[in-house]
Design a protein around this ligand. Structure first.
Ligand SMILES: CC(C)(COP(=O)(O)OP(=O)(O)OC[C@H]1O[C@@H](n2cnc3c(N)ncnc32)[C@H](O)[C@@H]1OP(=O)(O)O)[C@@H](O)C(=O)NCCC(=O)NCCS
Length: 456
């Protein structure tokens, strides 16, 4: 237990009574820990629309972003200013002009843009700075840096309309952004771009966020949406979409709000160019960003190039995840204890089931001689059992064994015998084990041996 930072024990003073944390809080925290580890050091570009800054919950949202920073996430925050520009134009008696869904930024409109960007930038910097010392941010110092990170070119004249100072992203100064992130600063990126000749252009926040995420090769691009979430009439919120599914959705739904359709197009573009996850999270959900990133079920929609889970060869970076997965099963006596160092030495024997950076399943294959191999450490996180993943892992290990020339597979198990039997494994004897494995057979554990002949 951590003592309260300021309390000191006074002899004879009545002891402070403290309520134990509610079990659900404890569960929530335990569930979040693997995600905290998985997101540390990752680069996330978070895009919010100007509307978010007008909402009373905006300071809370900024505190949540500060918490991400405190947890070691490399945060790039990109903001839009559409309603702020409208308000400034209205104050000046000017009518906003649009063409092809984009603002036409003439000289007076550019003044309104610069004014709106400057003010919102100061507001965000102030709120993020004020989040220092707030619960959840610890003593982490939060430095915010803004700058001329984006170069732009004018849209020019399109369909006979001169867009004046409306531009599009031409390049991103990734070196400057990476330097800031390396120095543990939050990078704040405005929807302004600069031309080499010193002109300033008004850009779409959406475009800036997408291009910055692509240029930085970010791990995640997160759109905090104004128009809610993507829904499926049968199943509620659409939790995950692959790029082809996102394309189908765009082609087939005629009632998709324009904002969500734009986010989907950006997500498809970003996922095509980089191996990145794009999240759409409703900005109105209190704590939505944290729920999306630190819980298994999430709250928004995740778009990715590949299906979210993939089975892959383990690397040394997976040792912590595999260890965390195996530990409870070792404590229950279901699996034999393996020290971390042991895992490090044998990591090339392991395959992992990776769900967006979280290790949810693993299995190892140990060859013995030319023709035999043992499947060991087959395990899934308890939340992910009972939906065929065990079968998938086993099938993958069997085909790996086949590729390596094995003809005879065996497993040693104390409690999962039936599961293997149902999958074609038959009872064997300790004497059937290859001699070098037999020499290490643990008599006290008394595991049963199951074998399977592999068809070439
Ligand atoms: C064994 C394990 C990998 C199976 O993964 P899974 O994703 O749950 O498996 P599947 O979804 O492919 O199959 C689930 C079926 O297996 C059954 N099953 C799960 N564990 C079982 C066990 N120990 N004995 C018998 N059947 C079992 C389930 O009841 C379910 O059957 P049903 O579909 O008839 O209800 C997983 O349960 C696990 O990680 N268990 C703890 C670790 C372990 O025992 N590893 C084996 C070490 S040798």
């Amino acid at each position: 237990m951590n003592p309260p930072a300021t309390a000191s024990a006074t002899p004879g003073a009545p002891s402070e009574t403290r309520a134990a944390p509610h079990p659900s809080e404890l569960d929530w925290f335990r569930g979040a820990v693997p995600y905290i580890a998985a997101h540390r050091g990752r680069t996330m570009v978070i895009a919010l629309a100007g509307e978010a800054a007008l909402a009373p919950e905006f300071p809370e949202l900024m505190r949540d972003i500060a918490k991400l920073h405190a947890l070691g996430v490399r945060v790039v925050l990109v903001y839009g200013v559409r309603p702020q520009i409208e308000a400034r134009l209205a104050e000046r008696g000017l009518t906003p002009q649009y063409a092809e869904g984009l603002r036409v930024t003439d000289a007076p409109a550019l003044e309104a843009v610069l004014d709106a960007v400057g003010r919102l930038r100061l507001q965000i910097e102030g709120l993020l700075s004020r989040s220092l010392g707030q619960p959840g941010t610890g003593n982490a110092r939060l430095r915010v840096a803004s700058g001329n990170f984006v170069t732009a070119r004018p849209l020019g004249v399109r369909g006979g309309v001169d867009f004046h100072y409306t531009g599009e992203v031409r390049g991103v100064d990734t070196e400057a952004l990476r330097n800031l992130l390396d120095r543990e600063q939050v990078a704040l990126v405005s929807p302004l771009g600069y031309s080499p000749t010193g002109e300033v252009f008004n850009l779409s926040g959406e475009d800036v966020a997408t291009q910055v995420a692509i240029a930085l090769n970010a791990d995640k691009l997160i759109f905090l949406t104004e128009a809610g979430v993507l829904r499926d009439p049968q199943h509620g919120v659409l939790g995950q979409l692959t790029v082809p599914a996102a394309e189908r959705l765009l082609a087939e739904s005629d009632d998709l709000p324009e904002e969500l359709a734009n986010h989907l197009k950006s997500a498809i573009d970003a996922c095509r160019q980089r191996e990145m996850r794009v999240h759409l999270v409703d900005r109105h959900d209190d704590g939505g960003l944290l729920i999306e990133l630190f819980t298994r079920q999430g709250i928004g929609t995740l778009v990715s190039r590949e299906p979210l889970e993939r089975l892959r060869q383990a690397t040394i970076d997976d040792v912590g995840g595999i260890h965390a997965l195996l530990q409870p099963l070792e404590a229950e006596g279901i699996l034999v204890h393996r020290a971390r160092e042991h895992l490090e030495l044998e990591i090339e024997r392991f395959q992992v089931l990776d769900a967006d950076g979280l290790i949810i399943g693993t299995a190892a294959l140990y060859p013995f001689g030319e023709e035999a191999a043992e499947i060991a450490c087959l395990a899934l996180h308890a939340d992910y059992r009972g939906s065929g993943r065990g079968d998938r892992l086993l099938a993958a290990m069997e085909s790996l064994a086949r590729e390596q020339g094995a003809r005879q597979l065996f497993v040693l198990t104390t409690r999962t015998a039936q599961w293997f039997q149902e999958r074609g494994y038959t009872t064997g004897r300790v004497d059937d084990l290859p001699p070098e494995r037999r020499a290490h057979y643990n008599q006290a554990r008394n595991s049963r041996v199951y074998t399977k002949r592999l068809q070439p």
